[in-house]
Design a protein around this ligand. Sequence first.
Ligand code: MN
Length: 229
Amino acid sequence: MSFAFDPLAIPSLPIHGSDQRFPVHRIYAIGRNYAAHAKEMGAQTVSRANPVFFTKPADALVPEGGNVPYPTATHDFHHEVEMVVALAKGGRDIDAAHALDCVFGYGVGLDLTRRDLQAAMKAKGLPWDVAKGFDHSAPVSALRAARETGHPTHARLSLAINGEVRQDTDIADMLFPVPEIIAELSKLFELKPGDLIFTGTPAGVGPLARGDRFRAELKGIAMLEGRIV
Ligand code: MN
């Protein structure tokens, strides 16, 4: 068997303390997972009834940050700092009680968003792909293996732009904690080794401009730095 042309390289992330890289299969994300952010986005009520999921292409990944191009077709390009969960095992209908067995490790990422396009799509009830799944929309740090850190339930998650803290929370404030995100997502998709899950952003989202420097941190676990170019 041969391909008609060379397939593109598999997107991947470095792993702290290892020469091996983590091969990325899909990138999932949950929306409205911190009450204060859901409110700043205009949600009248914040409920755990219906988790909101969307995806980004695996090759939207920007490993370890660095230079991130300002995207086309937007005048309101937003940062959303998020803890990122990396899966080493998958499955369907995974029980929350066993969901952490699937986790390889953790990182920190930016769910970059064309906010103006997202608002327009929301208003018309249209899909969010052009607002969320564009090229270079998923900068993610090197991963830290769970065998080193355990599975964090409390950790400071923060983002500074040009040295000024814009987003600052504790992951303990997530409406759906990691085991429940994995359980809910696996009702909709068969999860696979290599999947990444963005776990939602806290309050304080805002615009980025060319030249802005970002520094995202999941305290004690991961750090991501770069610049909008
Ligand atoms: Mn997000």
